[in-house]
Ligand binder design. Structure first.
Ligand SMILES: [Zn+2]
Ligand SMILES: [Zn+2]
Length: 97
């Protein structure tokens, strides 16, 4: 699904404008690389949060041991996870977002 129109940000996300610190923020499409872009409704500033660290919607559990997983690679919109117990556990997973 392609979303280019402005959409409401989930109420759990605390986002504020880097210029005027208002929290009247709307999602405003995505920049190249798939990161969410935001628009401040008060001063019309557009900004992106944490450009190097897009927020992940979820983290998988290790398919082998059920433990935590760490990100070890991001590539073309895919995130690859490796079991936190690596190399003792060789669980791998990947998510597309
Ligand atoms: Zn603002
Ligand atoms: Zn594991």
């Amino acid at each position: 699904m392609k979303t280019t129109a402005a959409q409401a940000v989930p109420p759990t996300a605390h986002i504020e404008c880097p210029r005027c610190h208002a929290d009247a923020i709307y999602g405003y499409g995505h920049i190249r690389g798939g990161q969410q872009r935001y628009l401040c409704l008060l001063c019309n500033r557009q900004f992106v949060l944490h450009p190097a660290q897009p927020i992940l919607p979820r983290r998988p559990a290790c398919p082998l041991c059920g433990g935590k997983m760490h990100i070890y690679m991001r590539h073309n919109g895919q995130v690859r996870f490796r079991c936190a117990a690596y190399p003792a556990c060789r669980g791998f997973s990947k998510e597309v977002y």
